[in-house]
Write a protein that binds this ligand. Structure first.
Ligand code: UDX
Length: 449
């Protein structure tokens, strides 16, 4: 049965903002709260602080039909809500590697005195197992009269496709303890129930662990395929064939088997580290995930070495063109981006770098002094001796190398190009886990050597 629920979303970061806006689009009445006054006043004017396709349209639409509100005032938003979602940040603590819970716990203390009538409090932030119970305890200690139920409802959306991921999820996970809270969650997700999207009801702890386990498993697939790609390079096998052969096995699945420069972003690096810490504290070490983190760290150095080797062992003074600084395509996010590490490494080795990214240059500029920023991919290619593609932006997939006076050696860390096409274009082309294509000119140089 359709019921529009009064929701308050606390935290307008990636998860909070996208979820809040999408809940409004599903028909609920949503108030998004953040302490950042500047951000809230921009959101009130439909200015979107993140790079996310189609989010603006949804914000415009739902501001206009008065289903979506942005505010800094917690008290009234809590009082008027039936369900309060918590989507505040859980960054990695630089000292311990653990998830830093200061914002989550601080919020529990702020909420406690405001819970005068029954509310459902839903943790949407990725939080260590046991945080839901801890949140409950903090509230009960401060306000023993508070009437509320705790729920865990992790979010699995990806940056760059967050709205689609939210609206068309593989599954929804709801960890709860009472029928009352579960029924309100069912009402919120009713449109998905109708679409037969699987909804998994669990206890709070399992729900919290599912989120970490999912991210760690996906990271494991990537680290694994990156190492298999290395093996392909050593043996002459082609990673594309290997991925097909693996992916067709339904037990393995074809997703997250794309080799590259190592995973980055705001989640995989953070969540792998956090789960390792959680497991260590419980004397239950996760040696597989530990190996994944190590492998991924090593991957970035390996990419630098690969580039240096292709450049003949020395990049000092070499003009390198770099395409991509974002941690993946369709985002301006550079957090934990392998591209940043590779660029800094090459800079240290004395390479001259000209760099272009369609969206992330502004964010990267302060962290990469000494880089010559270009306005387009073509500008980067024009003068480069070696062109390195690090991020898989759509616009990097159709570059015309034929038109260049002097063709650079191409190092493609995302396997964007077809080997046969590159042969036809007569360029020297190196990718990941696939045989290198050598242009006639390069073959000649090697013979002369
Ligand atoms: C991830 C999870 O996918 C999402 O469910 C969770 O909610 C948040 O973390 P996100 O960080 O946005 O999402 O990016 P994702 O698209 O998963 O990619 C993460 C990293 O893995 C990127 O650096 C990407 O380039 C890399 N990757 C991904 C690969 O190298 N190969 C792949 O096959 C897939």
């Amino acid at each position: 049965m359709t019921k529009n629920v009064r929701i308050t979303m606390i935290g307008t970061g990636y998860v909070g903002l996208v979820s809040g806006v999408c809940f409004a689009a599903l028909g609920h009445l949503v108030t998004c709260i953040d302490k950042d006054k500047n951000k809230i006043s921009k959101l009130q004017n439909a200015e979107i602080p993140i790079y996310e396709a189609t989010l603006k349209e949804l914000v415009d639409e739902n501001l206009a039909n008065q289903r979506l509100f942005f505010n800094t005032e917690l008290k009234s938003a809590v009082e008027s809500a039936e369900v309060i979602f918590v989507a505040v940040g859980t960054p990695t603590c630089v000292v311990t590697g653990k998830a830093d819970l200061q914002y989550v716990e601080g919020l529990a203390r702020e909420l406690a005195p405001l819970l005068t009538a029954y509310k459902v409090i839903v943790l949407k932030s990725t939080v260590p197992i046991g945080t839901g119970q801890q949140f409950k305890k903090i509230i009960q200690t401060i306000n023993p009269q508070a009437k509320f139920d705790m729920v865990s409802n992790p979010e699995f959306l990806r940056e760059g496709s967050a709205v689609t991921d939210f609206m068309d999820p593989d599954r929804i996970v709801i960890g709860s303890e009472t029928d009352r809270s579960q029924n309100l969650m069912k009402a919120i997700y009713y449109p998905f129930l109708q679409k037969q999207i699987p909804i998994l009801y669990t206890d709070i702890e399992s729900s919290e662990l599912i989120k970490y386990a999912a991210n760690c498993f996906l990271a494991t697939k990537i680290a694994f395929i990156n190492e298999v790609a290395d093996l392909c390079e050593k043996t002459g096998a082609n990673i594309e064939n290997v991925i097909q052969g693996l992916g067709l096995d339904k037990r393995i699945g074809a997703g997250y088997l794309q080799p590259g420069p190592g995973f980055g972003g705001s989640c995989f690096p953070k969540d792998t580290l956090a789960l390792i810490q959680i497991a260590e504290e419980l004397a239950c070490p996760l040696s597989v995930v530990e190996a994944v983190v190590q492998s991924n760290e090593h991957r970035k150095k390996k990419m630098i070495q690969k580039i240096v080797n292709i450049c003949g062992g020395d990049v000092t003074g070499k003009r390198l063109g770099i395409l991509g600084v974002a941690f993946k395509a369709n985002t301006d996010d550079i957090r934990e981006s392998s591209a940043m590490v590779i660029i800094q490494g090459l800079q240290k080795l004395g390479a001259k770098l000209r760099v272009y990214d369609p969206a992330a240059m502004e964010k990267a500029a302060t962290e990469l002094p000494g880089v010559d920023w270009a306005h387009s991919a073509v500008e980067v290619m024009r003068d480069a001796e070696v062109l390195v593609i690090i991020t898989e932006w759509e616009e990097f997939k159709n570059l015309k190398f034929n038109n260049l006076d002097k063709k650079p050696i191409i190092i493609d860390l995302r396997n964007l190009y077809d080997l046969q096409e590159m042969k036809k274009m007569r360029v020297s082309y190196h990718s990941i886990g696939r045989p290198a294509v050598k242009s006639q000119a390069q073959v000649q140089v090697l013979m002369e050597d």
